[in-house]
Design a protein around this ligand. Structure first.
Ligand code: MTE
Length: 300
């Protein structure tokens, strides 16, 4: 299995305001001479101040609770998250229904401060707490022949007012190639700012894949299936011309209806400016190798 990834972003790295503004001026200067899109190490380090708890928990996408950004904070409280059981099945040695509490007692939970980029061109920096998905998959024992991992969100019409509308083909479904799933950057998040993850952010556990657009990071997971076939995913089933299986953050491949070259940091306030989006959301060094030889315009 891949080496464990060491988190290089900690609270100690939070850029002091003055230095942060300084870097922005440098970036603005680069823009002036036409170098702005370049993923320089300076750009990768830029503006990694985590968003506030308030921002992270009040501006959400969780369509099971409605399609407005403030719907999840309003309605997701109705979701019963205790007890919570996750079915792990398909090509695994130890299939079964695993209790969330039992899983947690087996896992090493750490903090990971990740950039989070939504396909709608907004982004946040979020201090997640979670464990590596690889640890969960290894617990279940991945069998030879497994090539993909499929995920499903709970489907509870009584608790989820949004699922009465056919916005998506419920339950919400996502998938990863096995090597993406096993990558040490891929985590199951269970907390934010050292507090249990709030319902609107996907309690009690949700996926976080920091180099992919936010919709891959499926919330409130009840089923994980190892398979040899590329799994169907909700957004691809709904609009295949706009949302592919890979969904890697890529400033060079635009969404058919808008550019993906830049993003707006949520909570930037009065001086909020769009910043250039980085290849693989700034994690190019860690993950580019997974896609060697693939045409990323074709496999979007
Ligand atoms: N998971 C489920 N089950 N339902 C959803 O509607 N929205 C996705 C993803 N996971 C979604 C989901 C999208 S589009 C984004 S951008 C992120 O969740 C948002 O995560 P956040 O609310 O924690 O920022």
């Amino acid at each position: 299995m891949a080496h464990r990834w060491t988190n290089t972003l900690t609270h100690a790295d939070i850029t002091p305001e003055a230095a942060f503004l300084n870097r922005r001026q440098v970036m603005a200067g680069l823009a002036g001479i036409g170098l702005a899109g370049m993923a320089t190490p300076g750009a990768a380090q830029e503006a990694l101040e985590p968003n506030t708890w308030e921002e992270i928990t009040s501006y959400n996408n969780f369509y099971e609770f409605g399609t407005r950004k403030d719907d999840p904070a309003k309605y997701a409280g109705a979701l019963t998250t205790e007890p919570w059981s996750i079915k792990i099945d398909g090509l695994v040695d130890r299939p079964g229904d695993y209790d969330f509490k039992d899983i947690m007692s087996e896992m090493t939970v750490e903090e990971r401060i990740y950039r989070f980029r939504c396909v709608e061109a907004w982004s946040m920096v979020i201090p997640w707490n979670g464990f590596e998905l690889a640890d969960l998959l290894n617990m279940a024992g991945v069998q030879e022949g497994a090539k993909y991992v499929a995920f499903q969100t709970a489907l509870r019409p009584d608790e989820m007012p949004g699922v009465q509308f056919p916005v998506l083909d419920w339950p919400y479904r996502e998938g990863l190639r096995l090597d993406e799933a096993m990558h040490p950057l891929t985590i199951m998040a269970t907390g934010i700012y050292d507090r249990p993850i709030p319902n609107q952010n996907g309690a009690p556990l949700r996926l976080v894949v920091p180099w992919k657009y936010g919709f891959k990071s499926i919330k409130s997971i009840v089923r994980v299936t190892l398979t040899d076939q590329e799994p169907a995913t909700s957004w691809n089933m709904s609009i295949p011309s706009e949302y592919g299986f890979y969904s890697n953050v890529n400033p060079k491949v635009n969404h058919p209806r808008w550019s993906q070259a830049s993003e707006r940091r949520v909570g930037g306030g009065l001086f909020a400016k769009r910043v250039p989006t980085l290849m693989f959301n700034g994690y190019e060094e860690e993950v580019a190798g997974l896609y060697e030889g693939m045409d990323l315009a074709k496999y979007y």
